[in-house]
Design a protein around this ligand. Structure first.
Ligand SMILES: Cc1cc2nc3c(=O)[nH]c(=O)nc-3n(C[C@H](O)[C@H](O)[C@H](O)COP(=O)(O)OP(=O)(O)OC[C@H]3O[C@@H](n4cnc5c(N)ncnc54)[C@H](O)[C@@H]3O)c2cc1C
Ligand code: SF4
Ligand code: SF4
Length: 401
C-alpha cells in the first residue's frame, strides 16, 4: 500500500510520518513542496500516520477557544529589550528573546526550532537544536519556505534526555503535540511551545522566482526573507559580494504569498491556538489597513496558558522583554487577513471533511462556530471553491504518484 491520497492532499510537509514510519522518506517535489514517499506502508502504519499527521489532526487538548482568536489569558504588544535581537528578528524578536530567557534561566536545556545548515542552500530549512544565545540568534527571523520540522524528531529526542522549548508554525506545534500524545514516553520533554503566526507556507519555487526577479546573475550565498528591520527586506547576497533586496510588500505580497500550499488554504489554526504564547506582527495601521513602512520591530502576543503567563511575567522581570498594553479589539485591524481567514476557514474545512471521508480532525479550534459568523451564501461559495481545489489537487497527486 502506498500513502493514502487524502493524507497527501492535506500534507503540509512537516516530515513527522518519516520519523514514525521507517519506510517513509520525505521528498521535495517539482511544485517546490515536501511530501512523503513510500513504496509500501502497511495498514498499521497508515493508521499511525493518520493519527499523528498535523495535516489531518489539529486538536486543542485544553478545550475552550471561546473567541475568534481562541483562548487568550492576556494580550500585549511586546519586543525584545535587547536592541540587537529586536532589530535582527522578524518582528520584535519576542520569540527569540523568550527562547534565550528559557535557556539562560535554566528552564530548558535547549531550543528546537527551524534553521538552515551552514551551506548556502535556502532549501536546507530543518529543525535545529540551539543550546546558546548565539545558536538561537543565528536561526531567528521567518523563512517563507518549506521546512523539514519533524522528520528527525524521534532521533533528536532519543539522543539524550534534554528538555526543550519548541518554536514553530501552528501546524508544527500541532504535529509535535500529536507526536507526544501518541508516544507518551516523550511527555515532559517539551516544556514550552512558542508559536509564530502564519499565513501560509510558500513553495521553494516562489523563493526562486523572487531571486530571479532581483535580476542579478551570480551564485547566491544567502537568502534572508525579512528581519534586520521591521518588516525588513527580502535580501539576497551573491558570491561576488553584491546584495539585492526587495520590500516585504513586493516579496510577500507579489510573489511568496501567491504560491501557498493547499493545506494552508484550509488551515484551522494559523494563530497558534495550541501554544503557550503565540506571536505575530503588531502592524501599524493606516486607514484601517496594515502599514508596512519600516519601523522599530514590534510583536503582539497572545498569551494562551497559565504557563505562558508565568513565562512572560518572568521574562519581563528579568529584562528580556518590554511590553505595552494592547486592547484585543485592535488585533482585528492589525491582522485583517487572519481575522477574515478565521471566519472563512470553517467552510473550507467542511469541504475537506466531506471529500476526505471525514478523516479531518480539527477539534477545539472553533472553526464551526466561526463559520457561522459569516453570510451562509458567501460561505457556500467559499466551500464550493475549496471542494474544487481539493478534487483537483487529489487527482493531480494520484496522477504523479
Ligand atoms: C510561513 C510564515 C508565515 C507568516 N505569516 C504571518 C502572518 O500571517 N501574520 C503575522 O503577523 N506574521 C506572520 N509571519 C511572521 C511571524 O509570525 C512573525 O514575524 C512573528 O511575529 C514572530 O516574530 P518574532 O520577531 O518574535 O520572531 P523571531 O524572534 O525572528 O523568531 C522567529 C522564529 O521562527 C522560526 N521560523 C522561521 N521560519 C520558520 C518556518 N518556516 N517554519 C517554522 N519555524 C520557523 C525561527 O526558527 C525562529 O525561532 C509568518 C512567518 C512565516 C515563517
Ligand atoms: S503533514 Fe507531515 S505527517 Fe502528515 S503526511 Fe505530510 S509530512 Fe507526513
Ligand atoms: S497556514 Fe497553517 S498549515 Fe499552512 S504552514 Fe501555516 S500553520 Fe501550517
Amino acid at each position: 500500500m502506498t500513502i493514502d491520497s487524502d493524507i497527501l492532499t492535506l500534507c503540509n510537509g512537516c516530515g513527522l510520518c518519516e520519523s514514525v514510519c521507517s519506510g517513509v522518506k520525505m521528498k521535495c517535489h517539482e511544485d517546490g513542496f515536501y511530501r512523503p514517499q513510500a513504496e509500501c506502508v502497511n495498514s498499521d502504519e497508515t493508521q499511525l500516520i493518520q493519527s499523528v499527521c498535523p495535516g489531518m489532526n489539529v486538536v486543542s487538548r485544553k478545550g475552550g477557544n471561546h473567541s475568534i482568536w481562541g483562548d487568550v489569558e492576556s494580550v500585549c504588544n511586546a519586543w525584545a529589550s535587547d536592541a540587537e535581537i529586536r532589530h535582527s528578528s522578524s518582528s520584535g524578536g519576542v520569540t527569540t528573546a523568550l527562547a534565550i530567557y528559557l535557556l539562560e534561566s535554566g528552564k530548558v536545556d535547549a531550543v528546537l526550532h527551524v534553521g538552515t545548515d551552514d551551506t548556502c542552500d535556502y532549501r536546507s530549512n530543518h529543525l535545529c537544536i540551539s543550546r546558546s544565545r548565539e545558536d538561537v540568534l543565528k536561526r531567528n527571523a521567518s523563512r517563507y519556505a518549506p521546512a523539514l520540522v519533524l522528520n528527525q524528531i524521534k532521533v533528536i529526542l532519543d539522543s539524550d534526555a534534554s528538555s526543550y522549548a519548541f518554536i514553530g508554525k501552528p501546524c508544527d506545534i500541532a504535529g509535535m503535540q500529536n507526536f507526544v500524545n501518541a508516544f507518551p514516553q516523550y511527555k515532559g520533554r517539551i516544556v514550552c511551545y512558542l508559536a509564530i503566526f502564519c499565513a501560509g507556507i510558500p513553495s521553494f519555487n516562489a523563493t526562486a522566482q523572487a531571486i530571479t526577479a532581483l535580476g542579478h546573475d551570480a551564485p547566491v550565498t544567502s537568502v534572508r526573507y525579512r528581519g534586520d528591520g521591521w518588516p525588513g527586506y527580502f535580501t539576497v547576497t551573491y558570491s561576488d559580494g553584491t546584495t539585492r533586496r526587495m520590500s516585504y510588500n513586493d516579496s510577500w505580497g507579489m510573489i511568496l504569498g501567491k504560491q501557498l500550499a493547499f493545506r494552508c488554504k484550509i488551515c484551522p489554526d494559523s494563530i497558534g491556538l495550541l501554544a503557550d504564547i503565540a506571536s505575530g506582527d503588531a502592524w501599524n495601521t493606516r486607514n484601517g489597513y496594515p502599514d508596512f513602512t519600516e519601523d522599530e520591530g514590534r510583536n503582539f502576543c497572545f498569551v494562551r496558558t497559565p504557563k505562558g503567563e508565568q513565562l512572560m511575567r518572568e521574562a519581563i522581570q528579568a529584562g528580556y522583554i518590554d511590553v505595552e498594553q494592547l486592547d484585543i479589539s485592535k488585533v482585528e485591524q492589525m491582522q485583517r487577513y487572519q481575522y477574515r481567514r478565521r471566519k472563512e476557514a470553517g467552510w473550507r474545512i467542511a469541504a475537506a471533511c466531506f471529500l476526505s471521508g471525514f478523516k479531518v480532525h480539527f477539534r477545539g479550534t472553533g472553526w464551526l462556530r466561526n463559520a457561522m459568523t459569516i453570510n451562509p451564501l458567501r460561505g457556500l461559495r467559499i466551500m464550493m471553491g475549496s471542494a474544487k481545489r481539493y478534487i483537483r489537487r487529489k487527482r493531480h497527486l494520484q496522477a504523479v504518484k
